[in-house]
Design a protein around this ligand. Structure first.
Ligand code: FES
Length: 227
């Protein structure tokens, strides 16, 4: 194994391949058509290995989600099939609420009060309970966001390593204020609390994918890669 500019050109044999990685979404059967590159992305920024083996959760969820359908029916067709699979994994409907909300958000882009009520009706739960759960977790968007939701960690580790400057760079290069949708509809940039990648500051999450060791000067390349 050799290393060039901080990137490994071949993984140690002890590392799992993307296909063997238990966190690789293609292995769950949910997204059989996605390749490892679809899931993991092909452009890594920072100094972590290109071939996986990094210790965080990067790339464990599909990165290229379908286009948002703000008015789309939540629990029909593919989404109803996926809900049925989710329901088999939990002891009761209440326990399946979090993934059911994720399905609704994946399709519609955010969870409006009407969407939460539809989830409540589908799972036969009290609407107030569903709204309480959805509004508790910051990973649920309660209002519309851009195609790419950029969450920049400014918590302690990332803050000490320049997280605020990374946040400013994303705002500048997307031409947005915090939380607003860019004029082209592509980006919303927000500040996030600890993303659980404190060893790789500054950590950034864009939709379901992590970027680590981000520096302000790398932000244009990150945004360019999303085009
Ligand atoms: S402080 Fe940034 S990921 Fe934990």
């Amino acid at each position: 194994m050799t290393q060039h500019g901080g990137k490994l050109d071949s993984p140690p044999s002890s590392w799992p391949s993307a296909q063997q990685n238990p966190g690789f979404a293609g292995d769950t059967g949910e997204f059989p058509a996605l390749t490892a590159d679809d899931v993991r992305g092909i452009t890594y920024v920072g100094t972590r290995p290109e071939h996986g083996g990094h210790p965080s959760v990067a790339g464990t969820m599909p990165y290229q989600v379908p286009p948002k359908q703000p008015e789309g029916p939540i629990f029909t067709g593919e989404y109803e099939e996926r809900l049925q699979k989710v329901l088999t994994r939990y002891p009761d409907r209440q326990a399946a609420l979090l993934p059911a909300l994720h399905l609704a958000q994946e399709l519609r882009g955010h969870l409006s009060p009407e969407s939460m009520d539809e989830v409540a009706a589908r799972l036969q739960l009290a609407p107030a309970y569903v709204r309480g759960v959805a509004s508790f977790y910051t990973m649920y968007n309660l209002g519309p966001v851009g195609k790419y939701l950029v969450q920049v960690c400014t918590n302690i580790s990332c803050n000490l390593c320049g997280g605020d400057a990374v946040l400013e760079a994303f705002l500048e290069h997307t031409g947005t204020e915090m939380g607003e949708i860019s004029a082209d509809g592509r980006f919303t940039v927000i500040e996030a609390e600890c993303l659980g990648a404190c060893g790789f500051p500054t950590a950034v999450q864009i939709n379901e994918r992590f970027y680590e060791n981000i520096r302000p000067e790398e932000v244009p390349a990150v945004l360019e890669a999303l085009k």
